[in-house]
Design a protein around this ligand. Structure first.
Ligand SMILES: NC(=O)c1ccc[n+]([C@@H]2O[C@H](COP(=O)([O-])OP(=O)(O)OC[C@H]3O[C@@H](n4cnc5c(N)ncnc54)[C@H](OP(=O)(O)O)[C@@H]3O)[C@@H](O)[C@H]2O)c1
Length: 419
């Protein structure tokens, strides 16, 4: 750092010493105890005076007290040398009250401390090489840091530290999977939500595998094990098949789609239970083949049981959350245990939602669309979203909800919506 130093470090310790030295020089310092405190605050340090004198080619501490012999000018000079001349008030005047004349000395040495360097940067060319590089580096890093801090975060950390995008793209029941998923990726979505092709709802794993051939690592991939495939062997088989379809050797998230078969969703009974399947997920997670694991469509009791029983706690639960279906008991339980909640089917019943004055009013007041307010409402409740659309405008619109937040009152009014 050459001649440059930080002025504030030795202040208090040096202050009394400075007074003693000045008094040795003959004459009063013109300082009382209160003044000393000011000087301490002003980062007055004798060591630095000495160093500054040396910069100017003088030997040791400047001995010249002012011509009138009061010592007042010496002090004002020295304070000004430290770049704190503005704090000295009357001291920067001669004893007869006339203004300080020897300003050249003060100007010459102002800003030689690092503390002043950042507050009053001298012309870059006057800085020593090392300090110049440091100054520019800090400035550039500061600008980038400021820029990134201003940008709303697009991800959230799961309990294991893995970052998951706040908004994903739902791929169930797409009419034009390839076009819509491509559009979503172009619009900025970095999470694709799919599921094994065992059931009729998703036929998108292979499409996604094809689309992500060259950019797998840029996208957070979630897939799910169909309830028909619950069991020690069947679940592993389902996982392997998903990897193959998706043309990858790992998943970012694997969920058990349902805790069991119900209705006509399964064409045969499952081999085992969700607990058998969960053990497979835990094992593959520990091997590093899945970065995070979770479940879907588990109710509060099932979730409670899973959390207390599992050796790897679930990282996420995907469940139905909508303006007309707000399962806060489940959300609160998950929050208590560090499990993130991700909403599905949150844009269903669009026509009915369009009749809810609370949401329509907020949308018109904020210049947003109703789906944007619904998605933002969920995000403001720490619930992640995976909207689905085949419409280019909707795909973009649904993603553009990160640059605003709802007020507490707005959130409260939407929490009270009655279907
Ligand atoms: N784990 C589970 O059991 C489960 C169950 C269901 C869904 N999911 C996941 O969650 C995803 C989303 O749920 P979802 O498929 O039920 O769909 P959704 O996101 O709730 O809603 C999709 C419907 O909303 C319309 N829409 C979307 N954006 C719109 C906008 N900005 N303005 C007006 N209309 C809009 C779509 O029509 P357009 O195409 O015309 O835009 C479509 O009809 C699924 O794709 C799937 O990945 C999981």
């Amino acid at each position: 750092m050459g001649d440059w130093g930080w002025c504030g470090s030795t202040v208090k310790r040096e202050n009394s010493h400075s007074r003693a030295v000045l008094e040795e020089e003959g004459g009063s310092t013109g300082l009382n105890e209160a003044d000393s405190e000011v000087m301490a605050d002003a980062r007055f340090g004798n060591g630095w005076i000495k160093q500054m004198a040396e910069w100017r080619g003088e030997e040791g501490i400047p001995k010249t007290r002012s011509e009138n012999g009061t010592g007042v000018r010496t002090i004002s000079q020295k304070l000004a040398l430290l770049g704190v001349g503005h704090l000295v008030g009357d001291w920067s005047r001669k004893a007869d009250g006339s203004p300080e004349e020897d300003l050249d000395l003060l100007k010459h040495t102002q800003g030689k401390c690092l503390s002043n360097l950042f507050l009053k940067p001298p012309i870059l060319s006057q800085m020593p090489g090392g300090a110049r590089v440091l100054y520019i580096a800090i400035f550039v890093i500061g600008v980038f840091a400021w820029y990134y801090l201003q940008k709303p975060s697009q991800t959230r950390a799961l309990s294991n530290g893995v970052q998951i995008p706040l908004i994903g793209f739902g791929t169930a029941a797409l009419r034009n999977p390839k076009e819509s998923i491509s559009r979503a990726l172009e619009s900025g979505y970095r999470l694709l939500d799919t599921a094994s092709d065992t059931g009729p709802w998703y036929r998108t794993e292979s499409v996604i595998g094809e689309l992500l051939a060259n950019r797998r690592q840029k996208v957070f991939l979630t897939s799910k094990v169909h309830p028909q495939d619950l069991g020690a062997v069947a679940t592993l088989h389902s996982f392997e098949k998903s990897l193959k379809n998706l043309r990858t050797d790992y998943l970012d998230m694997l969920l058990l789609h349902y805790p069991r078969c119900w209705g006509d969703m399964c064409s045969r009974p499952s081999e085992g239970t969700w607990k058998d399947a969960w053990k497979v997920l835990e094992r593959e997670y520990k091997k590093g083949r899945i970065r995070a694991i979770g479940v879907s469509n588990f109710n509060v009791w099932e979730m409670d049981e899973l959390i207390s029983w599992a050796s790897v706690k679930p990282h996420l639960v995907q469940t139905h959350v909508h303006l007309f279906h707000q399962p806060w008991d489940l959300v609160d339980l998950c929050r208590k245990h560090g499990v993130l909640v991700q909403a599905y089917s949150s844009l269903q019943d669009y026509n009915r939602v369009m009749n809810v004055s609370a949401v329509v009013d907020i949308a018109s007041k904020r210049g947003k669309t109703v789906p944007q307010i619904v998605l933002r409402f969920l995000l403001d409740n720490d619930v992640l979203v995976v909207p689905r659309s085949d419409n280019v405008t909707h795909i973009t619109e649904n993603f553009n909800v990160l640059d605003f937040r709802l007020s507490e009152d707005e959130v409260a009014s939407l929490r009270n919506v009655v279907p």
